[in-house]
Design a binder for this molecule. Sequence first.
Ligand SMILES: Nc1ncnc2c1ncn2[C@@H]1O[C@H](COP(=O)(O)OP(=O)(O)O)[C@@H](O)[C@H]1O
Ligand SMILES: [Mg+2]
Length: 309
Amino acid sequence: MALLSVEDLKVYFPIKGGIFARTLDYVRAVDSVSFDIEPGQTVGLIGESGSGKSTTGRAIVGLSKITAGKISFDGEDITKYVGKNRSSYRRGVQMIFQDAYSSLDPKRRVLDLVAEPLRNFEKLTKAEERRRVDELLEIVGLGPENAIKYPHEFSGGQRQRIGIARAVALKPRLIIADEPVSALDLSVQAQVLNYLKHIQQEFKLAYLFISHDLGVVKYMCDHLLIMHRGRFVERGGRADIYENPTHIYTKQLIAAIPDPDPEKKDDSMARRARINQEYETLKTMHYDPNGRVYDLRAVSDTHSVALPE
Ligand SMILES: Nc1ncnc2c1ncn2[C@@H]1O[C@H](COP(=O)(O)OP(=O)(O)O)[C@@H](O)[C@H]1O
Ligand SMILES: [Mg+2]
């Protein structure tokens, strides 16, 4: 059974205008997406900025109001409990944000930040709490002396690791990681990704891993969802997406992955230019006359693409 099941999720934001602030139209930030996450699986949700990735993640944890659709956890319909504070669902699903600095209260010590979820859900003595916090810090490679420091005393990568320690405090089963390394230097990105992988094994976690960069998630994800204009343009296993990208939008994302080998820089620039040109000629075939992404159609057991019949 799927751990998380999202069916026909829609999140629309009203656009208001005029002197009566009436609703003139809607931003269809998420427009009918469906997907499952199996226990322990890493699912990548990939697309450029504005495609609806964060809104999808936020809707799952109750930070964005769901317009329509159904969310199930462990086979139980929990749509109406999403975002309700003390439910077991709230405990089982945690979120990590791109910018740990803005999600960690700068006036609070690491001890309080990491212990906060524990305080909401468990009754621990001060000594027990301190021991749990020290253990959690150790899992992300930080010594116990860090517990009394404040967020500004850490580097970006360390702050992101504090965010991770806090997210795993309650032993969740699913973590929604929204661009968790996008604000970090390349060298630090690899380190933080390694911690995410390490805790995945330790806690048997599933991830919904959100990124605008297909390169970053290549070795993390078992299954990929490619999102554009609030819909999925393509979905599939790692080989389907990286070796056989089929929608022109996915091809463009693949072409945008930077090549670490400077010798090949000219090649990849030429490839990118060719794909961008192909996009311009083929985009009318890959989107309907209103510019909307078509419904997904299976091209194999594991691979679906949003193309007209
Ligand atoms: N609170 C909001 N009110 C109105 N529009 C929003 C809100 N949040 C997001 N949007 C819009 O929804 C679309 C998707 O945004 P988002 O989910 O943040 O995309 P992504 O994370 O892929 O960059 C964008 O057009 C964005 O401007
Ligand atoms: Mg986002």
